[in-house]
Design a protein. Structure first.
Ligand code: XBP
Ligand code: MG
Length: 228
């Protein structure tokens, strides 16, 4: 039985990718680069996880160059945080209730994300009006590990900080790369596909239409009603 739920952030807690894309494009414009990532281009670029890595994939694809990828990505992060500070995002259906129910049942809640810590903070402030560590017991972020998803590192870091074996936790994801990462760390995975991941192959995971209580598998609902 799970003692903790480990949530992906982008696409799982909220549909963040259009906001990431907006932040990339506004940053490119502000830097006078003349690049624009359309939805179609971004769908392809999302196969590369991590914003810095995604910019490098774009450079490799187009032959463009920039003096400092890290500085460009830092500007994108500032822009993304600003957009969230104006209240630009809402949690996906069922997320707030699932986290409340998990807490009420004595489960711990964690994050394992490719994005960086400032973006998790901005999302928690935007959607809960609270700092990240008031919402989550553990936060493991992409800028803390050597290899981003689909590598298992960030889930292994979350498990390490929870002090739990993989058999005592459940991962919640929206993407194939996320499923590969969580499965690689030995976790069971529930997937709610998001706008950019609909139609991907989620081998070894249980796919749900949403995280609403009535869409959850029997076992998880039972766990909550028994303890709540
Ligand atoms: C999300 C990502 C991230 C965001 C951008 O993957 O790949 O790169 O698109 O974030 P997942 P940064 O949901 O599987 O964790 O620009 O901060 O890297
Ligand atoms: Mg995701």
């Amino acid at each position: 039985t799970p003692a903790a739920l480990i949530f992906d952030v982008d696409g799982t807690l909220a549909e963040t990718e259009e906001t990431h894309r907006q932040a990339f494009n506004e940053t490119f414009a502000a830097e006078g680069l003349g690049w624009h990532w359309t939805r179609e281009a971004y769908r392809r670029l999302l196969r590369t996880t991590g914003g810095k890595e995604r910019i490098r994939a774009w450079l490799a694809e187009t032959g463009e160059t920039v003096p400092d990828v890290a500085a460009l990505h830092a500007a994108k992060t500032r822009r993304y945080v600003q957009i969230l500070q104006t209240g630009g995002l809402r949690l996906r259906e069922g997320v707030a209730e699932l986290i409340d129910a998990a807490r009420a049942s004595g489960l711990r809640v964690a994050v394992a994300t490719t994005t960086s810590r400032p973006n998790v903070e901005a999302l928690c402030q935007c959607c809960w009006g609270s700092p990240g560590d008031a919402v989550f017991d553990v936060i493991a972020a992409g800028d803390e590990v050597a290899a981003k998803k689909p590598a298992p590192d960030v889930y292994l870091l979350a498990l390490h900080r929870l002090g739990l074996p993989a058999s005592n936790a459940l991962a919640l994801e929206d993407s194939r790369n996320g499923v590969l990462s969580a499965r690689g760390a030995g976790l069971e995975v529930l997937v709610t596909p998001s706008v950019y991941t609909e139609g991907e192959a989620f081998d070894g995971a249980l796919v749900l239409g949403s995280l609403r209580h009535d869409a959850l598998p029997e076992g998880l609902r039972g766990l909550f009603s028994a303890r709540a």
